[in-house]
Design a protein around this ligand. Structure first.
Ligand code: MTE
Length: 320
């Protein structure tokens, strides 16, 4: 977010290696190292069980054609190797480090102003809710973009489950804290944990989506497994990854980026090509893998669906 780096498209090893082998490589190596150190195994027999994916039977989910878009789907290899996830580093090349994140156990807490506070395993939560696939645009505030087939459930389904009280005006979401594993969290000048929030009418809007899968499979760790928000009309930093807690509140949450650089990143963060970031233009974007820029659209192309949410509000507030 602070520094724009050139894309690093080519990863020959990934091209040459089957995905399952590739993604489990760290665990295999870690397991082999431990056994060898203990003198218990030779490399030929050194194996650990790979972590079982979360609710794999749900994918590929049926595509909901109401969310079709007129852009090419970004190549999976690009979307899964060019990521923002500050918990694992403040650069784009974190996908490999993110494989260390354990997804089991993963408890999700729903608390605050709700009729039904709960703590449940993420797999139980996902299996309770209707999973579907949607094609969404994603526009990062850094002026790159992608088009991704997310699988998951409408966030309003989770809201329904929690039975919010009438006074709940916002939904605050929080990422895990595991500084032993996510080394970025040892950098104390960042305001961990990562926090994001939506107004309740945004959270219950049809477009607000909780991604649990991508490209027809359970979502990969670098893209936010096991739970990641997709709010496609907002800049990408609103799409919080690795969520462990949902809190219903009457207070507007102060998000991670607002805490860090409040004069550059606001609460609403709706995409608008006419309102520049204080340090660069937002008029255009570069789709991952493309060789030239394309114009950025108001609300990232979702104006028809969401503009009504903001009728009568001060436009300055909406776009930063
Ligand atoms: N969520 C957490 N917890 N930590 C992060 O650093 N980065 C955000 C968002 N969610 C971020 C996060 C930003 S700036 C963007 S653009 C998107 O994740 C990137 O998603 P992607 O890596 O799947 O493309």
């Amino acid at each position: 977010m602070l520094i724009r780096r050139p894309a690093r498209w080519a990863i020959p090893e990934r091209d040459a290696t089957p995905e399952t082998v590739f993604l489990n490589r760290r665990q295999l190596l870690g397991g082999a190292g431990g056994l060898l150190a203990a003198g218990l195994a030779t490399p030929a027999f050194a194996r650990t069980e790979p972590e079982a994916p979360i609710a794999p039977e749900l994918y590929p989910a049926k595509r909901n054609d109401a969310y079709k878009i007129d852009r090419e789907i970004t190549e999976k290899r690009l979307a899964t190797t060019y990521n923002n996830y500050y918990e694992f580093g403040s650069h784009k090349d974190i996908w490999e480090r993110a494989q260390d994140l354990p997804l089991r156990p993963w408890t999700v807490k729903i608390d605050g102003m709700v009729g039904k506070p709960m703590e449940l395993d993420v797999e139980d939560l996902i299996r309770k809710l209707p999973i579907e696939e949607r094609l969404y645009r994603h526009r990062c505030v850094e002026a790159w973009s992608m088009t991704v087939p997310w699988s998951g459930f409408a966030l309003k389904e989770l809201v329904k489950l929690a039975e919010p009280q009438a006074g709940a005006k916002f939904l605050r979401m929080e990422t895990f804290m595991m500084p032993d594993i996510a080394r970025g969290q040892r950098q104390r000048w960042y305001p961990w944990p990562y926090i994001e929030g939506l107004r309740m009418d945004e959270a219950t809007h049809d477009l607000a989506f909780m991604a649990t899968g991508v490209y027809g499979k359970p979502i990969v760790k670098q893209m936010g497994a096991p739970l990641r928000l997709a709010a496609p009309w907002k800049y990408g930093f609103k799409s919080i990854k690795g969520i462990v807690k949902f809190t219903f509140t009457d207070q507007q949450p102060k998000s991670y980026w607002e805490q860090l650089i409040g004069n550059e990143y606001g609460f609403y963060a709706n995409v608008n090509p006419e309102v520049d970031h204080p340090r660069w233009s937002q008029a255009k974007e570069r789709p991952l893998g493309a060789s030239s820029d394309v114009p950025t659209l108001l609300y990232n192309g979702y104006a028809e669906e969401v503009a009504g949410l903001y009728a009568g509000m001060d436009p300055k507030k909406l776009f930063y």
